[in-house]
Design a binder for this molecule. Structure first.
Ligand SMILES: [Zn+2]
Ligand SMILES: [Zn+2]
Length: 450
């Protein structure tokens, strides 16, 4: 556990805020937790609550287990007033606490799971006023029909204001018409454009991508730790001002469109209001993207039915521009086979009354990026980024969310849009419908290894 990053660890308070929907329950819990914390702030840890040894434990340090055992005990004794006067009663509750803590430690594959389980135990103790609940051994999936899912998610749709805050495009027909008119009047379709490379910041003309010199870059963005810049792509480190040698090189520079108008120039948008009126369905989707001579384009699209969790559309799509880089390392797409559907052909297959239509609720992870490359706008959106967790307001990669919410470990190599779409929908099922199956992962990955 050396180098364990506590800043990644959501606090009990943060987990409660995101998992308890009833405002009164939340208030009761906050009051009790605050009072107990204040009362016990100066107390030393109680040696009678020293945790049991846990074989092969990788989910929590001994010292933190000790602290959490004290926390669980201090809260639970609120509901057992005898413990204040009768030392036998106190000892009994302490043994119970140690046993519960050990169970959590044993079944947690990583630190995130451990903290989540401690929080959920505290939550149950407060709501049931003590240990008066059955611990479920296996949580069975409840069967819901499509209508029930649909109406519940419909009630949770965000406002268009908050969609915009999340980076989704909300465009009216009039605004779109204006943009299309500008594109035509400025004859942008035939013009050479000024591009800035998305990887190395070199400036170049859109038709001179191959003559502008080699593109050297890092495959991932750096993160900062103890004043050092670290590149996860190549494990290179530098101090804040220095730049370590690039780890990737490409023959071409690449461009990623930043604005609605530029994207509309590659392929025209179909607005939400222009979609067909069709089935009230819920579809999870995920795209893979690559770079072409035109810019940043969709190269694979997977659509998964929310209820059955089965893919109903999963195809490689031939982009509009010539392929420059399929981003295989992340996209998992290594070639565009001849005979692949073109962007417009694919569109006819997935934008219709049976698939994505005006009434469809689209679910996924970071969908604003997917909708941009699909060149559609939509407001019936449930995105995993609406589920607050961890440091509030901070977005988490799907990989971390999947480990945290589903205890599953994905994206160990190339991404797979089908797997990503299914994980996103399962996270949403877990958070909005409390449906999940816990499987304990034997790999025992640590939170900070993810
Ligand atoms: Zn690198
Ligand atoms: Zn470049």
């Amino acid at each position: 556990m050396i180098g364990y990053d506590h800043s990644q660890e959501p606090t009990i308070r943060e987990i409660l805020q995101t998992t308890v929907s009833d405002k009164n329950d939340l208030k009761t819990m906050a009051e009790i937790i605050t009072r107990v914390e204040m009362e016990s702030a100066t107390n030393a840890l109680d040696p009678a609550l020293k945790p049991f040894p846990c074989f092969n434990n990788k989910s929590c340090t001994f010292q933190n287990r000790y602290k959490y055992a004290n926390k669980i005990y201090n809260i639970s004794k609120e509901f057992y007033p005898k413990t204040k006067t009768n030392s036998k009663a106190a000892d009994k509750l302490k043994e119970k606490t140690r046993q519960e803590e050990l169970n959590i430690c044993k079944k947690s594959g990583n630190n995130a799971m451990y903290i989540h389980s401690v929080t959920s135990l505290i939550k149950k103790i407060i709501l049931n006023k003590g240990y008066k609940f059955q611990v479920a051994k296996n949580i069975a999936k409840t069967f819901r029909d499509a209508d029930e899912y649909y109406s519940k998610l419909l009630a949770h749709l965000p406002s268009s204001k908050s969609l915009q805050n999340y980076g989704f495009e909300i465009v009216t027909k009039a605004e779109n018409d204006k943009v299309l008119k500008e594109i035509e009047e400025e004859e942008l379709k035939n013009k050479v454009l000024d591009f800035v490379c998305a990887r190395c910041d070199s400036k170049y003309k859109s038709d001179k991508y191959s003559e502008a010199g080699d593109c050297s870059y890092h495959a991932s963005r750096p993160f900062y730790q103890f004043g050092l810049k670290k590149y996860p792509c190549c494990d290179k480190t530098a101090d804040g001002f220095d730049n370590p040698e690039f780890c990737c090189q490409n023959k071409f520079h690449v461009y990623r469109q930043q604005e609605f108008k530029e994207r509309n120039l590659i392929s025209e948008y179909i607005l939400e209001e222009e979609l067909e009126d069709g089935e009230k369905n819920i579809l999870a989707l995920d795209c893979e993207m690559g770079y072409t001579t035109k810019g940043y384009e969709m190269i694979r699209l997977t659509i998964v039915d929310f209820v059955s969790e089965k893919p109903i559309f999963d195809k490689i799509i031939k982009p509009v521009g010539e392929v420059l880089d399929l981003n295989t390392r992340f996209s998992g797409v290594s070639e565009i086979p001849s005979g692949s559907l073109t962007f417009e052909e694919a569109r006819k297959e997935y934008l219709n009354e049976k698939m994505i239509n005006k009434n469809t609720i689209i679910v996924g992870h970071g969908l604003e990026n997917d909708l941009q490359v699909m060149r559609i706008t939509h407001s019936k959106i449930i995105d995993t980024c609406f589920i607050g967790y961890g440091k509030l307001g901070r977005r988490k990669p799907l990989k971390k969310m999947t480990a945290f919410f589903l205890n599953k470990f994905i994206q160990t190599g190339e991404h797979d849009s089908a797997e990503d779409a299914i994980c996103a929908l399962q996270i949403i099922k877990r958070e909005y419908f409390n449906e999940f199956n816990f499987k304990i992962n034997t790999e025992q990955l640590k939170w900070n290894d993810l």
